[in-house]
Write a protein that binds this ligand. Structure first.
Ligand code: PEP
Length: 253
């Protein structure tokens, strides 16, 4: 059975004490989590240890990094390796967020290297894909996303691909307050699942969690998550408010 996941992406926000407060608020609430219904908190690097310690193995709640380097270790000043994340008991790494693709020029081929390294280290990549507004307006979003998946993921074995979480995030909906309609989300999630089915077979494709990201809020999460191929969300702005994110967590199928 594939997992339903509410993932928070804090991006480059909050001071240490604000992060501590948000974690305390979030963790003081009750959620109906289990092996198939999870929360993942992608916090800034300086707060990873704090977050891991606060969560302290609480059922169904995991910590993610927002990036990692392609190299295992060495003279790469300012960078963070997967081994470092592993040593902190971080379980997930967000890869290929559109902000990293845009501001740090991360290409599909470069992301494939990160995916390989994260999987080799037994962490779970949350692989982001999604099109810009001009591509959506041209109606070629399915083809665009297929290229992203092909160039970054389709070299993986069937066993490896079931360990990857996909986050479909249309760039025009990220941080803009413009959410894809639940039908738009369902249509492209179905396309993504079909692309996996073509490469790996339907059984494997059915195991892959595909999250939707782009202005998910407490008041639209339930409708989005109810769609057959939407397995939760990757949430930016709304994840910085404990009550709002709790509503989103409780909207998981
Ligand atoms: C994101 O950063 O991944 C995101 C989806 O942001 P927001 O929810 O703010 O649109």
């Amino acid at each position: 059975m594939r997992q339903q996941i509410a993932a928070a992406n804090w991006k480059m926000n909050l001071t240490y004490s604000q992060a501590e407060q948000l974690l305390d608020n979030l963790l003081s609430k009750e959620y109906n989590l289990n092996a198939n219904r999870k929360v993942v908190l992608a916090v800034p690097f300086p707060y990873l240890k704090l977050a891991v310690d606060k969560v302290n193995g609480k059922q169904g709640i995991f910590i993610a990094a927002q990036n990692c380097n392609t190299k295992k270790s060495g003279a790469y000043t300012g960078e963070t390796s997967v081994e470092m994340l592993q040593s902190l008991s971080v379980n997930y790494v967000v890869l290929g967020h559109s902000e990293r693709r845009e501001y740090f020029n991360e290409s599909n081929a470069f992301l494939a290297e990160k995916v390989n390294l994260v999987l080799e280290s037994n962490l779970t990549p949350i692989f982001c894909c999604g099109e810009s507004l001009d591509i959506r307006e041209a109606g070629t979003q399915n083809e665009f996303v297929t290229v992203q998946l092909t160039e970054s993921l389709f070299h993986l074995t069937a066993e490896q691909i079931t360990k990857v979480v996909i986050a479909y995030e249309p760039i025009w909906a990220i941080g803009t307050g413009k959410t894809a309609s639940s039908q738009q989300a369902q249509d492209i999630h179905e396309h993504i699942r079909n692309s996996f089915a073509e490469h790996y077979g339907q059984k494997v494709a059915n195991e892959i969690s595909i999250l939707y990201g782009g202005s998910v809020k407490g008041n639209n999460a339930a409708e989005l998550f109810a769609m057959a191929d939407v397995d939760g969300g990757l949430v930016g702005g709304a994840s910085l408010n404990a009550d709002e994110f709790a509503t989103i967590i409780n909207a998981l199928k």
